[in-house]
Write a protein that binds this ligand. Structure first.
Ligand code: ATP
Ligand code: MG
Length: 419
């Protein structure tokens, strides 16, 4: 039996990969403008990092991690998200010693053991940013604006930004009591997960997909914010307005990771069905300290690449596809075939995309390949031309034919394609 890819994974083939490259290059270019620099951390880390960083009572750590013992009996996990690894690296490499705020971005695969469905995979990809070293609410707004700008610039329409404040630890401790009191009468009707959340992390019940009916009228955390949290949240909103980022307050928004403080936000898109959250993030003022560093506040976001591509497709966005070939070369006869190998290389060194046949096919089949590649020019070299030091050139779009000297061929076409 042939071997198939593991459940929940995807092969990104030529034809599709160009869309990924487009979206990724847009991400990199945008990060440069906002002065975020790339960081690459391992795709696996010590399991303890995620237990401490993401939180033991989160769905991600409780149910979704790919965890295994390596040959040295160390517990290792494939990263389910990007922030913990970036913060670990920030601490380990003492980036806090640098005078400026560390503004970092990453693009790469994440792994979660989830039930696969449209927009949900076991290996998926995120583009994320982290800004560590400041409590300034303008940084929260900048992060939210970067995500919003990104969606807009790659051509996604109708992105909704939802924001909330999840307070600080002391606000959360007080809120915990209120929320437990609220759910106490229906505690036994809640789903099994929420019954355990009730004891361990009751705020997360609000995020449950099954128990929404019991959440109606639940006390919100915004009603319980203290002065510091209220001020921070108000400032974030002022800055977002200044940045022209439209947003909606969602007092029910609690994110699936434990490390958030103050600002929490999500981006939603229309047209991809029930799983409509395409990205999210928030501020994490306690995380760096928790992971073992000098306490430093941070704020970040993570956007799901697969869902971005789903939305682009659903909305019929115009994504640049495969690049056409500049030149397809055909050699007729042994001597000519030998000569076009060198000629092909010359074209490539001149910066053109160029191809030839490798299967000894007839002229007609080779012409078809040139069409499939949407080549701008086909160069045909026969014994006659070779003798005269020339090559026949056809522009496929117009059908126009001409003869160029072999020694000028590569340079002439390069000049035209550049022009
Ligand atoms: P969801 O509620 O959809 O499970 P989440 O809260 O678990 O999302 P985050 O941890 O906030 O998601 O990750 C940020 C983004 O990464 C999500 O908004 C989504 O676009 C993407 N994402 C998360 N999990 C998956 C997955 N299993 N497959 C594909 N994309 C995912
Ligand atoms: Mg999830």
């Amino acid at each position: 039996m042939s071997i198939q890819k593991p459940k929940g994974t995807q092969d990104l083939l030529p034809g599709e990969i160009e869309k990924w490259q487009y979206v990724e290059s847009k991400a990199r270019e945008l990060c440069q403008r906002f002065n975020y620099r790339e960081i690459r951390t391992p795709v696996f880390e010590h399991t303890e990092l995620f237990q401490r960083g993401v939180g033991e009572t989160t769905d991600i750590v409780e149910k979704e991690m790919y965890t295994f013992l390596d040959k040295g009996d160390r517990s290792i996990s494939l990263r389910p998200e990007g922030t913990a690894g970036v913060v670990r690296s920030y601490v380990e490499n003492k980036l806090y010693g640098e005078p400026d705020v560390s503004k970092l971005y990453y693009v790469g695969p994440m792994f979660r053991y989830e039930q696969p469905q449209s927009g949900r995979y076991r290996q998926f990809h995120q583009f994320g940013i982290e800004a560590i070293g400041s409590v300034d609410p303008s940084l929260d707004a900048e992060v939210i604006a970067l995500g919003y700008t990104f969606y807009r610039e790659i051509g996604i329409k109708d992105v909704t930004v939802e924001i909330n404040s999840v307070g600080n630890p002391s606000v959360r401790a007080a809120y915990r009591e209120h929320i437990q009191q609220f759910f106490a009468p229906v505690k036994d009707q809640l789903c099994k997960d929420c019954q355990s959340r009730y004891e361990r992390n009751p705020m997360r019940i609000l995020d449950c997909k099954i128990d929404q009916k019991y959440c109606e009228g639940a006390p919100t955390i915004v009603e319980h914010l203290d002065e510091e949290c209220r001020t921070h949240f108000a400032r974030v909103q002022q800055y977002l307005t200044a940045l022209g980022v439209p947003f909606r307050l969602n007092p029910r928004l609690v994110r699936g990771l434990d490390y958030y403080t103050h600002t929490a936000f999500e981006y939603k898109a229309a047209g991809i069905g029930a799983i409509d959250t395409i990205g999210g993030g928030g501020r994490y003022n306690g995380l760096v300290g928790q992971i073992g560093g000098q306490d430093q506040p941070g704020v970040g976001l993570a956007l799901g690449m697969e869902r971005i591509l789903l939305v682009l497709q659903a909305q019929g966005a115009d994504i640049p596809a495969e690049k056409p070939l500049d030149v397809y070369l055909i050699g007729l006869g042994e001597a000519a075939e030998t000569r076009i190998v060198g000629l092909l290389h010359e074209l490539r060194l001149e910066g053109l995309t160029a191809e030839k046949d490798y299967q000894s096919r007839k002229l007609k089949a080779q012409m078809k390949s040139a069409d499939r590649y949407k080549a701008a020019y086909v160069g045909i070299l026969g014994d006659n031309e070779l003798e005269k030091g020339e090559i026949a050139v056809k522009a496929l779009a117009t059908g126009e034919q001409e003869t160029l000297s072999l020694s000028e061929f590569a340079r002439t076409l390069a000049a035209r394609q550049r022009g």
